[in-house]
Write a new protein. Structure first.
Length: 573
């Protein structure tokens, strides 16, 4: 349909359309509306954007609803033309900034795919620029970025990477093993290598990747992305460009490119697709060369709200009660990558106010929160968790957050801070909530100090969420249902696999939790140095919902699968 840019009108409220299409429930829509009202007084964030951000609606579902609302056709990348005719198109920078791509000129009209057809500035600019009627389509940000790269970018393929590189494999291999820093530096600044590394980082950021793994093997270099907690192989590079790629990343992260025998850690700060990105870089030597892992920390992402982490109602209420206490110690436990830091940030954001002084000491600082004093650990100059914590208590804080309790000194200072009128948050690596008690006792902390200071322990895991686009009923093996009685008679769902979820059946993650408030009975058991199993039985009898039960509740609600719950909480089955 050909339209004047300024005449694109809404036919109905997007929330009502999503309800009609059964893409969102009334309860979730109300939550998003409250979030819009509470966090955005001027309502500059659209309700659809908030629903997608909260994981209530898939991006494709929102785009289909927008298509109906605006009377515009929704196009996927597979429906774009394979190539477009030559024409005086806008600059690539302008396309990327405002997220649109021309699809060619047809019958005297300029065809455009846009993520936001209601952006009057862009539409008016294009109308003036082209002096042609506009034919507008709706497409996803990902598809538009891919089309810009295909039509207007210098897409980096392995063939182009090979151009300009030495063809003599033996000579390149000798160079790779060379100690000549100048050769390594020259290789790292070759244009194809720069483009390749930038492409790997950009695709990772746009694909919701948390970690980039660059792993050297005997005859190749594998690139893997961790998406929603699962590793996926995305590329295999020739062995002969290994040294150049590794050197390029080390230069970007200010590491010593001549040192290849010892592990190194560094950071990269970039702006990717309009977002400020930090990459925490780790390099370790392996038998086939240095292995690099880059953790992506999105400084531009919105801080997660505590109410939307996936807490069951009772657990959420119990946790809310404790984080508003005037003093005491609250611990969040779980393995690496279980979302502990995100939960702590969300808790701090919940209680952050002008009448509270909050200080954190972290490694690294993953989110920056207005109104909170945040300290980055720097062991190389003696600023450790323990030394920093000693000085923090002299700053008259009300709330202290310690990124992790790693040693007995940090634990003792944190506990004494909790006993002297501060609310202290921290993390520990234990399997469940009661295990935090025995971990502190094993570290050598006196039982009376633990029982007096601790007011609650939260254990958590992350499970992948069933993709809303391809979600369908599923019949798991009967033996599994028989084993898990809580699922008898329930409708079980899984993801069939689609383009939205990269055919994994999952998109996004949510938490499963168990929260153990430390009441008088638990305090008495800590004083008696009872085992974690005994404390756990008492807590469960007192109403604590375990990780297993929380996970099975999400299976019954159609949020995740049995396999996911068993994967992350298998010790409970």
């Amino acid at each position: 349909m050909v339209r004047e840019a300024v005449k694109i009108k809404k036919t109905a409220l997007i929330g009502n359309i999503l309800l009609e299409l059964e893409l969102v429930t009334a309860e979730k829509l109300n939550i998003a509306l409250k979030e819009q009202a509470a966090r955005d007084i001027k309502n500059t964030r659209r309700i659809g954007e908030i629903l997608v951000g909260l994981g209530f609606v898939s991006e494709e579902g929102l785009l289909r609803a927008l298509s109906q609302q605006l009377g515009l056709q929704y196009l996927k990348f597979s429906e774009f033309p394979k190539e477009i005719p030559e024409y005086a198109y806008p600059t690539v920078k302008f396309m990327k900034q405002y997220k649109f791509v021309p699809l060619g000129v047809e019958d005297g009209t300029l065809k455009l795919a846009m993520t936001d057809p209601l952006d009057e500035y862009v539409l008016d600019s294009l109308q003036v620029f082209s002096d042609k009627p506009l034919n507008i389509y709706i497409s996803s940000e990902k598809d538009i970025a891919e089309a810009i790269e295909q039509f207007f970018g210098s897409n980096v393929h392995m063939t182009s990477i090979m151009e300009g590189m030495r063809e003599d494999d033996d000579e390149v291999q000798d160079l790779e093993m060379s100690e000549d820093v100048h050769h390594l530096r020259d290789m790292a600044f070759e244009a194809p290598i720069v483009k390749l590394v930038n492409m790997l980082i950009t695709k990772a950021v746009e694909g919701r990747t948390s970690d980039i793994h660059i792993e050297p093997f005997e005859n190749s270099v594998k690139i893997r992305y961790r998406i929603d907690g699962a590793l996926t192989e995305v590329e295999v590079l020739p062995k002969r460009i290994q040294a150049a790629v590794i050197s390029r990343i080390k230069i970007m992260s200010r590491l010593n490119i001549a040192e290849r025998r010892l592990p190194q850690d560094g950071r990269i700060k970039l702006r990717v697709s309009g977002r400020d990105i930090d990459l925490r870089v780790s390099s370790i030597p392996t038998i086939y060369g240095e292995s690099i892992v880059m953790r992506i920390l999105d400084r531009g992402s919105a801080l997660v709200i505590l109410d939307y982490l996936g807490f069951p109602a009772q657990t959420r209420d119990d946790f809310h009660e404790k984080i508003t206490s005037p003093y005491g110690m609250i611990l969040v436990t779980g393995p690496t990558g279980s979302g502990k830091t995100t939960t702590l940030y969300a808790a701090l954001n919940k209680i952050n106010s002008s009448n509270r002084k909050i200080i954190t000491i972290e490694d690294p600082i993953e989110y920056q929160i207005d109104g909170i004093n945040q300290i980055q650990v720097k062991p190389q100059i003696g600023l450790t968790f323990a030394s920093g914590l000693k000085h923090i208590v002299r700053q008259d804080p009300d709330v202290i957050m310690v990124g992790e309790i790693r040693d007995v000194e940090t634990a003792e200072i944190a506990i004494h801070s909790a006993l002297t009128g501060h609310l202290v948050f921290s993390t520990l690596h234990t399997n469940d909530a009661p295990g935090a008690v025995t971990r502190l006792l094993d570290m050598g902390i006196e039982s009376f100090l633990v029982s007096s200071s601790m007011i609650g322990v939260l254990a958590q895991r992350l499970v992948r969420v069933i993709c809303p686009t391809c979600k369908e009923p599923h019949n798991p093996p009967q033996a599994m249902i028989d084993k898990i009685e809580a699922l008898s008679g329930c409708t079980i769902y899984h993801g069939a696999g689609c383009e939205d979820c990269r055919h994994t059946g999952y998109r996004g993650r949510t938490g499963i939790f168990e929260f153990m408030p430390v009441d008088e009975e638990v305090r008495h058991m800590i004083l008696e140095k009872a085992s974690a199993d005994v404390i756990r039985k008492k807590a469960l009898a007192g109403g604590m919902q375990g990780l297993r039960d929380c996970g099975l509740q999400k299976v019954r609600e159609g949020v995740t699968t049995i396999e996911e719950v068993i994967r992350v909480a298998q010790e409970s089955f």
